[in-house]
Design a protein around this ligand. Structure first.
Ligand code: GDP
Length: 297
């Protein structure tokens, strides 16, 4: 995960750590290399600027360079700023205390990993929080999407809403709410339709489903490998249906990390989970500090 970025940055910082004394110019040279590494990782330009300015100011404007271990202190500053960039010290938990069934609406483009993430989340909620979920697919556009969720439901032993051919998303959402109440589910996961691009029809459907189901959480599923596009998709969605968080999938295959490092500051939305593989247990709570530690080796 984020290997190429990690290699680049550890290379720069090993150089800094190894020195007994540091001059202002050494820090500026190192920051120039960090800037290039972040841009090559597809981090948004304003986020890169903010990061470099913050690190440079803290490293140069204080007593850091006069200290006995200046290299280590600069690396500590970088690490703290990286955590900040990823969303702050703490992970942002799901809001699960609302009146059951707590509705979690899953939104995103086709192929982002939305259906898989819905099942992963149901499994996670059962195992980590002891919550009983029901899942319902509202995706009437993609052939076999509803069946796909039913199959995943069987694998993780989670109830799915029976499929009624020809029913439209808003009606499915209504039926799902009733069924979840009847079955005394703690959580109702709505897997909404995706399309290849953000378009008006998709957004209108999303809003209609949201107003019917009053979700406590609206989670956008985006593919980490798409870098800045993932961030732009998040911006477009949250203008229509305010998101409560992001699930970043395929982090296992992402060597660069641009989406993870830009998301919070460009969209204001926290990354709540990371998808780290195809298996249904490959979902991790997103911990900014742990991710920063991984990047810095
Ligand atoms: P949807 O169209 O958004 O519902 O996408 P799917 O849930 O059907 O996922 C598309 C493909 O991506 C499937 O082959 C999933 O197994 C795969 N996938 C989803 N999440 C991840 C992930 O975190 N890592 C990896 N490596 N593959 C994933």
């Amino acid at each position: 995960m984020f290997d190429s970025l990690s290699d680049r940055l550890t290379g720069v910082f090993d150089g800094l750590r190894g020195r007994g004394a540091l001059r202002e110019q050494d820090v500026r040279d190192a920051m120039r290399e960090v800037r290039i590494a972040l841009l090559e990782a597809d981090v948004a330009l304003p986020v890169v600027r903010r990061f470099i300015d913050a690190v440079t100011e803290k490293a140069i404007g204080s007593e850091v360079l006069k200290s006995v271990t200046p290299g280590q202190q600069v690396v500590k500053i970088v690490s703290d700023e990286l955590v900040e960039m990823l969303g702050g010290e703490e992970s942002v938990p799901l809001e699960l205390e609302a009146k059951p069934p707590v509705v979690i609406m899953m939104v995103g483009l086709q192929g982002s990993g939305k259906t898989t993430s819905t099942a992963k989340l149901a499994k996670f909620l059962k195992e980590k929080h002891g919550k009983k979920s029901m899942m319902a697919s509202l995706d009437v556009n993609r052939p076999a999407a509803q069946e796909q969720l039913a199959v995943l439901g069987e694998q993780i032993e989670c109830a799915t809403l029976p499929i009624v051919a020809g029913q439209q998303p808003v009606d499915i959402a209504r039926r799902a709410l009733d069924a979840a109440k009847l079955q005394a589910a703690d959580v109702l996961l709505l897997d909404t339709a995706g399309r290849l691009h953000v378009d008006e029809a998709l957004m209108a459907e999303m809003k209609a489903v949201s107003s019917i189901s009053a979700p406590t959480e609206v989670l956008l599923v985006v593919d980490s490998l798409t870098g800045q596009d993932a961030v732009n998709v998040a911006k477009s969605f949250t203008e229509e249906v305010p998101l409560t968080g992001v699930i970043l999938t395929r982090m296992d295959g992402d060597a660069r990390g641009g989406a993870a490092l830009s998301m919070r500051h460009v969209t204001g939305k926290p990354i709540k989970f990371a998808g780290t593989g195809e298996k249904l247990d490959a979902l991790e709570t997103f911990h900014p500090k742990r991710v920063a530690d991984r990047i810095l080796g």
